[in-house]
Design a protein around this ligand. Structure first.
Ligand code: HEM
Length: 311
């Protein structure tokens, strides 16, 4: 297949790349009449990130911005990314994946919390009363890339060209080459119930060993439910960027889950298996200990697309 990044115009936002030590996630809705201000902020995002990050070259500050289905029409009109649509709520017999309000998504990454904070503060200041921030999460990497359930998270993520292949739109939607779909969910864990399980039982839920992170062959595990193959038998991949967050004093222990994908169908298939179950597997035993409290689908246009609006 042709390279997914053919020109400067389709240079992606920093969707690919290593996980950051710190992240901040903002989800906001746009107030009526706020569209011009939002367009301006999105168009000047790259310059703003440069301004905040340049004095701290080791800080690795970067930001990915996404736009929800309804907001796309309000901000950019037509054409639309071919597969952009609202997040579809999934209500299974035992598990619910709710759809929650969200027009804009900012995924801010850095090696230091102050840089994430400074960029978020400036974004919110510029957007001012034109948006309502619906969710704001400060997340961090935890020990050796573990989630708050104690398991290493992200091992099977594609890397290099495979990551671009999994996460970036290519020739199938030429006007949006270099873009990506971001499926976003905030999960809260029942850590008490999880910790009451023996380690061997936890390992059967995840499908990997806890200490050594080795793959286990456990039908019905989280890993198994999320191993999805296409019609040609090849594995369908997404680029996950899940980060822990929490407030121990409030009993809050969570995973902020972001899947970047070339098409939303792949993470949507995974979610259907996780939440509804079906002949191919699921529901996912991880959901007995993890509750989804938000759900959104955004399109992350290429950096070139955003800058063209600034021009
Ligand atoms: C509570 C939220 C979640 C937690 C704590 C979690 C945790 C994990 C862990 C520990 C692994 C094994 C290591 C790895 O390869 O990363 C894993 C694998 C994976 N997860 Fe999740 N996950 C969560 C939600 C999701 C969701 C919502 C999806 C899909 C939409 C998903 C898709 C996958 C995939 C594709 C794999 C790799 C499977 C393979 O081995 O090929 N996860 N996850």
């Amino acid at each position: 297949m042709a390279s997914p990044v053919p020109s400067d115009e389709s240079l992606p936002q920093p969707v690919l790349g290593q996980p950051s030590s710190i992240a901040m996630f903002l989800v906001a809705t746009i107030e009526p009449g706020g569209e011009p201000a939002v367009r301006e902020v999105l168009g000047s995002l790259a310059g703003l990130v440069r301004a905040v990050g340049f004095p701290s070259p080791d800080g690795g500050l970067c930001c990915v911005a996404g736009v929800g289905s309804g907001a796309w029409d309000r901000l950019f009109g037509h054409p639309r990314p071919a597969r952009l649509r609202p997040f579809r709520e999934l209500a299974g017999p035992r598990h619910l994946a709710p759809a929650t309000p969200g027009d804009l998504f900012f995924h801010i990454k850095a090696a230091r919390p102050d840089l994430c904070f400074a960029l978020a503060a400036e974004l919110v200041r510029r957007l001012d009363a034109r948006v309502t921030v619906r969710d704001e999460v400060q997340a961090f990497s935890y020990f050796d890339s573990r989630n708050l359930l104690g398991f290493v998270d992200g091992t099977e993520n594609p890397v290099g060209p495979a990551a671009a292949e999994a996460a970036l739109v290519g020739p199938e939607d030429p006007g949006f080459w270099g873009g990506s779909y971001a499926l976003v969910q905030k999960y809260l864990h029942d850590v008490e119930a999880w910790e009451a399980l023996a380690v061997e039982a936890q390992e059967k839920v995840i499908g990997r060993t806890k200490l050594t992170n080795l793959e286990l062959d456990v039908p019905g595990s989280h890993k198994d439910v999320n191993t999805v193959t296409g019609p040609d038998g090849t594995e369908q991949e997404i680029l996950r960027s899940a980060m822990p967050f929490g407030r121990p004093g409030h009993g809050e222990f969570g995973t902020y889950f972001v899947a970047y994908a070339r098409t939303p169908e792949v993470p949507e298939t995974m979610l259907r298996r996780m939440f509804l179950g079906g002949p191919d597997g699921g529901p996912d035993p991880l959901l007995d200990y993890s509750r989804a409290v938000t759900g959104n689908l955004f399109f992350v246009p290429s950096a070139g697309f955003l800058e063209s609006w600034a021009r």
